[in-house]
Every structure is written in C-alpha cells, then in structure tokens.
Write a protein that binds this ligand. Structure first.
Ligand code: NDP
Length: 262
C-alpha cells in the first residue's frame, strides 16, 4: 500500500456519493481505512454504495448514510450534525455534488435555472464549509471542491454551469488564504469529461451519453475521457498528509483536454 493512501481513523464526508465520481471516491477512502459518510437524494443508490464501501473497508466499517438535498440549507445542517453526532470529528470534506443545466440566455426560466445550479454547485459548498470549519480546525483537516475544466474554459450555452464552477474555483483560493492559518487546506479539482451519469441527468439518453464520451475521448491527448477512479485518485492525493504543502490549487485532471483543440 502506498503511504499516501492511508486514511485510517479519518472521517471523510463526500457529497454526491450515491453515484459517479462521489461513489467511487467513497469506495476508495473506505478501501484505505476511512470512516466514510455518504450522501445524496436517492436512497437505493446510497445503500448500494454503502455495501461496496463496507466490502472493501479493511475493518468492514459501515458508512453513515444521510439522505440529503444539498441545495437545501436544512439538509446541509443535518448532514454535518449527523456526522459529528456519529463520529465526533470530521477530517475531510469533499464537496462533489453538482449538476449542469445548459440553456441559452433567452430561456424564459433562466433565473429559476440559475437558482437551481447555483444552490447545488455553490451555495451548498459555502454553507457546508461554513458549518465544517470548527470541526476541521480541530483535526487540521482539509476540503476538496470538485470543479470542472468548464470553470476555466467557456462553453456556448453553458454559462450557468461554467459560472458556478468558476466561482467555486475562486471560493477555493480565497478560503485557502482564510483557513490556512487554522491548519485547514482547501483545494479544487477540475476534471475534464468523466464517464458517469452526469449527461443523462442533463437529459441525454444512454446512447447519446456513450456517443459523446467516445467521440470526446478521441479528441483528448490521452485518447480517452476520464473514469471516476481517475478523479478519486486525485482527490485521495490532495486529501492526504503527503499533500500538506498544497492549498488553493486548481488540480486539473483532464487527459490534456484543456490545451487540446475542441
Ligand atoms: P453524477 O450525475 O454521476 O453524480 C452526481 C452526484 O451528485 C449523485 O450522487 C447525485 O445524487 C448528487 N447530487 C446531485 N444533485 C444533488 C443535490 N441537490 N443534493 C444532493 N446530492 C445531489 O455526476 P458526476 O459524478 O459526474 O459529477 C460529480 C461532480 O463532478 C459534479 O460536481 C460535476 O459538476 C463534476 N464534474 C463532472 C464531470 C463529468 O464529465 N462527469 C466533468 C467535470 C466535473 P442523487 O441523485 O442521489 O441526489
């Protein structure tokens, strides 16, 4: 076992861990000894991920499952309260839950969609961070925010999503300054396209989603799009003690996509 993958006795809360990148991240933290807290809105998916985590945990630790909608303040509060009540500590917060809406500025419901995207991708992160600081200060813990290369590069009709991730990147940098003196590191990961259900949530069919990832992969310098494990590995590194000198960064994990012609 490489040393950076040692999370024994650490309590790790991963939002959006009922599927995709968050679920894989929960499994990896569990595999390397962490007590994980998993959360999302879909109870069945959450139970499935809980089983996977317990199966790989060296001590068979069962995750704490919290059904929560992070776009609701009361759910965010309950999520942190449940974590502290169960384990009396928090070491690592992974703000991963996110959604995209692609729409033109002329959309009559643009402000409703603005609220939906910002509440999920940004407001939740601000509030969960606010609630976590006192606990992370005690453990000298850290925060990883899951952004996107779309926070660094504009996309036609993608302004809601791109703005949310761009703001998340700046939040990360500002918070690294503010929380560094408390011993808390704050970093962001900016993935390129990763093969998950993300596009199906936006409305793509399975075939359209597969087609997009296959086609896009061919344009990436490494010849493929990402898999959830690629991002989970980056998260575990940034969360580890071996990254103790790293804070306030945008860690781009995108197979070179940002610099490739689209
Ligand atoms: P998925 O759609 O596969 O998973 C999203 C997760 O977030 C699910 O567990 C979902 O759970 C949860 N979630 C969504 N909305 C809410 C909400 N309001 N409250 C609580 N949980 C919520 O997406 P990915 O795994 O691909 O995405 C994870 C993160 O990675 C996102 O922040 C995304 O922006 C980012 N990202 C993804 C890329 C990709 O190509 N896949 C590329 C770049 C960044 P449930 O439905 O149970 O609530």
């Amino acid at each position: 076992m490489s040393t950076f993958k040692n999370f024994v006795d650490k309590v790790v809360l991963i939002t959006g861990s009922s599927g995709g990148i968050g679920a894989q991240t929960a499994v990896e933290f569990a595999r390397y000894g962490a007590q994980v807290v998993i959360t999302g809105r879909n109870a069945d998916n959450l139970s499935e991920v809980a089983k996977q985590c317990a199966a790989v945990s060296p001590k068979g630790l069962k995750p704490l499952e919290v059904l929560a909608d992070v776009s609701k303040d009361v759910d965010c509060k309950r999520l942190i309260d449940s974590t502290i009540s169960a384990f009396k500590r928090l070491d690592i917060l992974v703000n991963n839950a996110g959604k995209a809406i692609f729409t033109p500025i002329t959309d009559p419901s643009v402000l409703d969609k603005y609220g939906e995207v910002m509440d999920t991708n940004l407001r939740s992160v601000v509030y969960l961070t606010h609630l976590s600081v006192e606990h992370l200060e005690k453990t000298k813990g850290n925060i990883i925010n899951i952004s996107s290369i779309m926070g660094l590069k504009p996309l036609n009709t993608g302004f809601l999503y791109c703005m949310s991730k761009c703001a998340l990147d700046m939040f990360t940098k500002c918070l690294a300054l503010e929380l560094g003196p408390k011993g808390i590191r704050v970093n962001a990961i900016n993935p390129g396209a990763v093969r998950t259900n993300f596009l199906q949530v936006v409305g793509y069919t399975k075939e359209q989603s597969d087609g997009f990832y296959n086609q896009r992969g061919g344009q990436y310098p490494v010849g493929r799009v990402g898999e959830s494990i690629d991002i989970a590995n980056a998260i575990l590194f940034l969360a580890s003690d071996e990254a103790s000198f790293v804070t306030g960064v945008n860690f781009v994990s995108d197979g070179g996509a940002l610099h490739a012609p689209s």
